[in-house]
Design a binder for this molecule. Structure first.
Ligand code: SF4
Length: 467
């Protein structure tokens, strides 16, 4: 057989058949569910008298609506409590494994599945959340899906999907100090655009990704969707296998050896042909900050907010919209922009390595007067690990609040919300209008280290100056 990409191999292995529409019916190896996109899907199943076809391939947790301060039940928010109860009931009824609050393994769905070893190379994964692309870091093909597709996967363990083209995004070289995986993906999206990946799967390749830890690869794949790609992945390698070894659901004994052999075989072939190839140098990437209302509206920390006339015609209208919403001045430096709220967390940057790196910069410093800064671990396991290492103390002594795990102010479907037109320095993945809970709230995306720099200075600040 001719040389193929990982995407093609995994796609072909999971193809059940071709539908009359021309779409592929794709078997889904792992279905992750949470409280927001599953209630309607379960209700549709009930209406039709259907059962969950593979409860053992379905795993649930709660993340979006959970409060991160007071988690005592019933929740103060009646709607959130109803959603919790509905998920608890549905999981019980259908025999689905559920990582509830207090289980020791609850957390953001894209944080817990990798840490439990559920996410593995060569899998097809689906979840009713856009950032399911995160799991591609392991060499899985992972899709964010809508409510009706959640129903389809619950009932049939398959999805109707159109095959994607594959773009190889190669980044080579060592990242400069103070530059992180978040900067890499913000730089890629800034360059290729938020719609640049439409119709594509992104394969992240090159020495920069090879040198990254699994958690850094997850940060990159998490935001592939923000660049318009339907999914993103990194070929599995020794780093992947070392991360997985010994995790709860990782294969054991002889099965482990067989799995590693198979995982290695599904890597893209050396001479695989891609629909497109784009190359970057790590050395050209600086700490990157968004200034607008899409993740593609980003600039290096030492650049100025772009002047409309200098932008391509296709970007002018959205730039105008961004200026009127963000209240930033074209031509002004982004560095020095005053911040009100600093948020470290989310499925992009709420993992233990993110907190360790952020804590290095927070240690011995103080959050600036008038700034609200808080850290939300991505999962109960991340929280436990961070506390065992004393990171919670470092953050608290610096004036950060230390919270319980959840999505928190990434999407603000819980009490963590911006107020009025507050400006937030955020380690999350979306800076859309109103994303952080206030219709006029403003979000600047950046790495966790840059969020700490903003918190202690009270303004957007180049973390490299704190090194
Ligand atoms: S942290 Fe944000 S992007 Fe991630 S699952 Fe939660 S709401 Fe979605």
């Amino acid at each position: 057989m001719s040389a193929r990409t990982l995407f093609d191999k995994v796609w072909d292995l999971h193809t059940v058949g071709i539908l009359p529409s021309g779409q592929t019916q794709l078997f889904i190896g792992l279905h992750l569910i949470h409280e927001v996109t599953s209630p309607q899907a379960f209700a549709m199943l009930r209406e039709r008298g259907l059962k969950v076809l593979y409860p053992d391939r379905t795993v649930a947790t709660v993340d979006h609506i959970v409060p991160t301060d007071n988690q005592v039940r019933p929740f103060v928010d009646v709607l959130a409590e109803e959603m919790m109860q509905y998920l608890e009931k549905s999981c019980k009824e259908h025999g689905i494994r559920f990582y509830n609050i207090g289980s020791g393994s609850q957390g953001i769905v894209h944080v817990i599945a990798p840490e439990l070893g559920l996410t593995q190379p060569g899998m097809t994964i689906a979840c009713g959340d856009s950032h399911t692309s995160t799991h591609g870091a392991f060499g899985a093909i992972a899709f964010g899906i809508g409510t009706s597709q959640v129903r389809d996967v619950l009932a049939s363990q398959t999805l109707a999907l159109s095959k994607l083209k594959v773009r190889k995004i190669e980044v080579n070289g060592k990242l400069p100090p103070g530059v992180y995986a978040k900067d890499v993906i913000l730089h890629i999206i800034r360059t290729l655009g938020v719609k640049g990946g439409v119709g594509y799967a992104y394969e992240f390749a090159g020495t920069t990704f090879e040198q990254m830890s699994m958690e850094e690869r997850m940060t990159v794949c998490n935001m592939a969707i923000e660049g318009g790609a339907r999914c993103g992945y990194v070929n599995p390698d020794q780093v992947t296998f070392e991360y997985l070894k010994g995790r709860d659901f990782a294969p054991k004994g002889e099965d482990w050896d067989k799995a590693v052999e198979w995982w290695t075989s599904i890597r893209s072939d050396e001479d695989a042909v891609y629909d497109d190839v784009v190359t970057f140098e790590a050395a050209e990437i600086a700490p990157t900050v968004t200034w607008g209302i899409t993740p593609g509206q980003g600039i290096a920390i030492n650049e100025v907010v772009p002047i409309p006339d200098t932008l391509p015609d296709s970007e002018k209208a959205i730039a105008q919209e961004a200026y009127s919403y963000m209240h930033l001045n074209p031509g002004a430096p982004i560095q020095g922009t005053k911040v009100d709220v600093c948020f470290i967390g989310s499925c992009t940057n709420g993992r233990i390595s993110d907190l360790r790196e952020a804590a290095k910069f927070a240690k011995g410093k103080r959050v600036a007067e008038g700034v609200k800064a808080f850290v939300v671990p991505g999962s109960e396991r991340v929280k436990q690990e961070a506390e065992a290492e004393g990171l919670d103390k470092i953050f608290q002594e610096a004036g950060f609040e230390w919270r319980e795990p959840g999505c928190s102010m990434c999407l603000a479907m819980n009490p963590d919300k911006l107020q009025g037109s507050q400006l937030s320095a955020s380690s999350s993945n979306r800076n859309f209008k109103g994303r952080q809970g206030s219709a006029t709230g403003r979000t600047l995306l950046m790495s966790p280290a840059m969020v700490v720099a903003a918190a202690v200075k009270g303004e957007v600040f180049d973390v490299r100056e704190l090194l």
